[in-house]
Design a protein around this ligand. Structure first.
Ligand SMILES: [Zn+2]
Length: 118
């Protein structure tokens, strides 16, 4: 009995059906940033206009790399990528950050704080 597997298998590597999903490295924090897996243009440095549009957007330099972060969220020890700081300069990410619940809570808290001062 020598049943070899020598048959010309029709379905030889027909389709490697296993679509390995990208394991998003580096962040176990689920920010909306990874929602769009599209490769959009990552800039080498942040656009200066972004700082005008988003007053809470700040930058710091670490090892010759510019890190963008949200001053509101960082001040309040947020957990989003912008609270921590990111080296990806994408307007899309910033826009996504605006939509995060965390940022909104912080933003409204600031507004309330301001009102209390008056
Ligand atoms: Zn924020």
């Amino acid at each position: 009995m020598n049943k070899k597997r020598g048959r010309t298998s029709l379905s030889q590597e027909k389709n490697q059906g296993e679509n390995q999903e990208e394991l998003s490295s580096s962040s176990d924090i689920s920010d909306t940033e990874q929602a769009s897996a599209k490769r959009s243009h990552v800039r080498k440095e942040p656009n200066q206009n972004w700082f005008k549009i988003y007053p809470w957007l700040k930058k710091e330099v670490e090892e010759d790399k510019i890190i963008l972060f949200c001053s509101l969220c960082r001040e309040r020890n947020g957990k989003t990528v912008f609270a921590v700081g990111t080296k990806k300069y994408r307007l899309e990410s910033i826009k996504n950050h605006v939509k995060t619940a965390e940022h909104n809570i912080h933003a409204t808290q600031i507004i309330l704080d301001c009102r209390n001062y008056k």
